[in-house]
Write a protein that binds this ligand. Structure first.
Ligand SMILES: [Zn+2]
Ligand SMILES: [Zn+2]
Length: 520
């Protein structure tokens, strides 16, 4: 362990845990472990790619790079050379995570349930992946291979599985809440057992519970949500789970010695979900980017009703368990076709200058059909910037009614902020919607009013900030940092372990004096 400086690092990943709730409940004394961490260490809100590509946040954290540098931004991606869609599993990512660098430097690493990332091929240590992860499409597996069988035999399977199997009926939500709470406890037990039984210099422990509970129970915590008050018994579900997490984290912290530094990270958060991502195909048509000339939806006070993708309606009316039962009976190719129909509808992209492509629902994604880059491309490369800017402007003009509140918080032209070998497979534009209030009409000065229907059974969507808490020997107490990003996490872990930070990472170590100190 020549490169080690004597410190160990306990890294706790909290999938989609919302910082504003942690701050509020810690302040109210409901999360004593978090409160201690805030008082005794450094904290920072993190800028994150959740404002553009929410499903990339964990890969950005592990690799310290932007989404242009790895193969996957979403589980269903547009393919430029076929103008079609394809499934992209986590295993497609080849970029190295920070634990690989530590392992190669001779440090012992333990990685348990790091969300949305493949298993390392070899490690000085062990890894368990997707044992209890949220919404994974990739195999439960481990390194060494036998470890996951041992964990299953000792602890059983994680009680949640895919939380989207549960529908929005009270009985189903009650069961989901109980299972998420059981999942927090059993995750804690697994982490503590492995922390005590096996040697490690870095231990990564990922809790999936904040993600599952947030998507399904956001309306309970948000007094302004249209579904708030529906079932008072379930209103505290998020708080119950956050308190359970606080207890497990408190117990994990009581196991570590004085030479251990603790880092707690969330790459995105949770908030309400209101969006018009599913209506982008029609809006692009109305703006003249589809195969027909530009049109008008409706003017004055009579909004036109938005088109709906029948495959999506079908999915919405079928209970989750029923969808999974049907899916289980279909061969993979038929499952894929159904999934692609759900994202694309019957729409033909050939003949469109711009079209909507899959992304995490809370952020819309648009692709321009560029000659020489996309099959049957239509837009001359020299017109590409103009088209991007025109669509960005049209999006920024959207309001909930004429003269009303703006509906778009941020439009990103992706090549302006991302870079790397995989840039060309990303959407050209992303649209972060204003999700802070419920809206059902979209007004564009270019096409008038369009009445949309919110199409989500979930009530929580991702907020676009994350957070980090760091404490332990050499880390100052009660300090808040600003201007930090999820790209900074991997360089921070490496710097804190005195392992060289590769040149092509996009972040820098958090500006903490004493970060690179050694044990005297
Ligand atoms: Zn999510
Ligand atoms: Zn889940």
């Amino acid at each position: 362990m020549s490169s080690n400086n004597g410190f160990r690092q306990l890294f706790i990943g909290l999938d989609a845990m919302e910082w504003s709730l942690v701050e509020r409940w810690a302040g109210e004394g409901k999360l004593p472990a978090f409160r201690r961490l805030i008082e005794r260490g450094v904290r920072a809100k993190l800028d994150t790619t959740a404002a553009q590509l929410p499903d990339t946040v964990w890969a950005c954290i592990y690799t310290g790079t932007n989404p242009g540098k790895f193969e996957k931004y979403f589980y269903v991606q547009y393919e430029p050379h076929t103008m079609g869609l394809r499934n992209v599993p986590d295993d497609a990512i080849t970029r190295q995570p920070f634990w690989d660098y530590l392992s190669k430097a001779g440090l012992k690493v333990a990685v348990v349930d790091a969300p949305k990332f493949p298993l390392s091929k070899s490690l000085n240590g062990f890894q368990l992946t997707n044992w209890g992860a949220h919404a994974t499409k990739t195999a439960r597996t481990s390194y060494p291979r036998k470890l996951i069988e041992e964990i299953d035999a000792r602890f059983g399977r994680h009680p949640v599985g895919d939380c989207d199997k549960f529908d929005a009926k009270p009985k189903s939500l009650r069961e989901l809440r109980q299972r998420v709470l059981d999942g927090v406890r059993i995750h804690g037990e697994v982490f503590r057992s492995l922390m005590s039984e096996k040697p490690w210099d870095l231990f990564f422990a990922g809790f999936s519970a904040p993600h599952c509970i947030g998507h399904h129970f956001w309306h309970g915590v948000d007094g302004s949500h249209p579904r708030h008050g529906e079932d008072q018994d379930l209103e505290t579900a998020m708080e119950d789970v956050y308190r359970a997490l606080d207890r497990e984290i408190g117990e994990m912290l009581s196991l570590v010695d004085t030479n251990t530094r603790v880092m707690i990270v969330a790459g995105h958060g949770m908030g309400p979900i209101f969006h018009a991502s599913w209506n982008l195909p029609q809006m692009l048509d109305l703006w003249g980017y589809g195969s027909a000339p530009a049109g008008r939806a409706a003017n004055g006070t009579n909004p036109a009703t938005a088109k709906v993708n029948p495959w999506r309606i079908l999915k919405m009316v079928m209970p989750g368990w029923f969808q999974y039962a049907i899916k289980g009976m279909l061969p993979q190719s038929a499952q894929d076709q159904l999934l692609f129909l759900w994202y694309r509808g019957g729409k033909k992209w050939e003949g469109c200058r711009a079209f909507a492509i899959p992304n995490n629902d809370s952020v819309g994604a648009i692709r321009i059909s560029v000659k020489g880059r996309d099959r049957n491309g239509l837009v001359e490369p020299s017109d590409y910037e103009t088209v991007c800017r025109d669509i960005a402007n049209a999006l920024r003009e959207l309001t909930d009614k004429e003269g009303g509140r703006r509906l778009v918080k941020r439009v990103t032209i992706t090549h302006e902020i991302f870079h790397g070998p995989f840039l060309d497979q990303l959407p050209d534009l992303t649209v972060l919607w204003d999700q802070s209030f419920a809206w059902e009409t979209v007004y564009s000065p270019r096409f008038g009013n369009l009445h949309i229907k919110q199409q989500d059974s979930r009530t929580g969507g991702h907020s676009s900030h994350g957070f980090v808490l760091m404490s332990g020997p050499g880390i100052p107490a009660g300090q808040e940092l600003s201007d930090c990003s999820i790209y900074d996490i991997a360089p921070t872990v490496l710097e804190a372990a005195k392992v060289p930070v590769p040149d092509d990472l996009d972040g820098r170590p958090l500006p903490i004096s004493g970060l690179a100190a050694s044990i005297a």
